[in-house]
Design a protein around this ligand. Structure first.
Ligand SMILES: *[C@@H]1O[C@H](CO)[C@@H](O)[C@H](O)[C@H]1NC(C)=O
Ligand SMILES: *[C@@H]1O[C@H](CO)[C@@H](O)[C@H](O)[C@H]1NC(C)=O
Ligand SMILES: *[C@@H]1O[C@H](CO)[C@@H](O)[C@H](O)[C@H]1NC(C)=O
Length: 190
C-alpha cells in the first residue's frame, strides 16, 4: 500500500518536473555558435554611397506624412514626419549606379535647432549584398558638417551587425529642400 503510494507520488513529481523542463526547453536553449556562423572572424566593411532625399517633382521619394505641430512656437518643423524610400547610389548623381534603397522615416525632434530622428533600413541590391539590410537609428542635426548615426543591426549577411554611419551633406536645394547626402558606413559583421 505505502509502496504504491510512493511510486505514484514519485511518478507525479517526475512527470511534473519533466513537464516544466520541456516547456523551458521549447522557449529557450543554448545554440552552438558555429551553427549561426559565429565561429568565423568578424569583418569590418566601409560602404560609401549617396542618399537622395527628393521631395519635389511628380515622383518624390520622400513624402511628409505628418505636418509640424502648431502647439509650440518653433522654426524647426518640430513634429514633422517624412516617410522615405530613397535611392542609394554609388556616385553623387541620381543616374549613377543604384546600390540599394533607404526605407524608413525621419522626424523633427528638436525645438531649438533642426534635429532629425532617423530610422531607416538600408536594403542593398548589389551581388552578394542583394536583399541584405542594415538598420540605422540616430540623431541628425542637419546643419552640422558631419553627423553620426548608429548601425544597430541587420539581416542576411549583416546578421549581428553593428557600427556607425557618418553623414555629410553633398548638396541641398534651398527652394525644394531636395538633398543629397554622402554616407560613409562602417559595419562590423560576420
Ligand atoms: C512665436 O515667436 C515669434 C518670435 O519670437 C513671435 O513673434 C510670435 O508672436 C510667436 N507666436 C506665438 C503663437 O506665440
Ligand atoms: C537580387 O535578388 C532579386 C530577387 O531576390 C533578383 O530578382 C535580382 O535579379 C537580384 N539582383 C542581383 C544583382 O543579383
Ligand atoms: C554641431 O555643431 C555645433 C556648432 O558647429 C557644435 O557645437 C556641436 O557640438 C555639433 N554637434 C554634433 C552632434 O556634432
Amino acid at each position: 500500500m505505502t509502496t504504491t503510494f510512493f511510486f505514484l507520488l514519485i511518478t507525479i513529481l517526475l512527470h511534473s518536473s519533466c513537464h516544466t523542463l520541456t516547456v523551458a526547453d521549447d522557449f529557450v536553449r543554448p545554440v552552438d555558435r558555429s551553427l549561426l556562423g559565429l565561429n568565423k572572424e568578424e569583418k569590418v566593411s566601409h560602404f560609401k554611397f549617396y542618399w537622395h532625399d527628393t521631395l519635389s517633382g511628380r515622383n518624390p521619394s520622400s513624402v511628409p506624412v505628418i505636418p509640424p505641430t502648431n502647439k509650440v512656437n518653433t522654426t524647426t518643423l518640430f513634429g514633422l514626419v517624412n516617410m522615405l524610400d530613397n535611392p542609394l547610389t554609388l556616385g553623387p548623381t541620381l543616374s549613377s549606379k543604384l546600390i540599394g534603397r533607404a526605407q524608413g522615416f525621419y522626424a523633427s525632434t528638436g525645438q531649438t535647432e533642426v534635429d532629425l530622428l532617423m530610422a531607416m533600413n538600408f536594403v542593398f541590391v548589389d551581388e552578394k549584398y542583394n536583399g541584405s539590410s542594415i538598420t540605422i537609428l540616430g540623431r541628425n542635426p542637419i546643419f552640422n558638417k558631419t553627423r553620426e548615426l548608429a548601425v544597430i543591426g541587420g539581416s542576411g549577411v549583416f546578421r549581428f551587425a553593428r557600427g556607425y554611419a557618418q553623414l555629410k551633406t553633398y548638396s541641398v536645394d534651398l527652394k525644394t529642400l531636395d538633398a543629397i547626402v554622402e554616407y560613409n558606413v562602417f559595419v562590423i559583421h560576420y
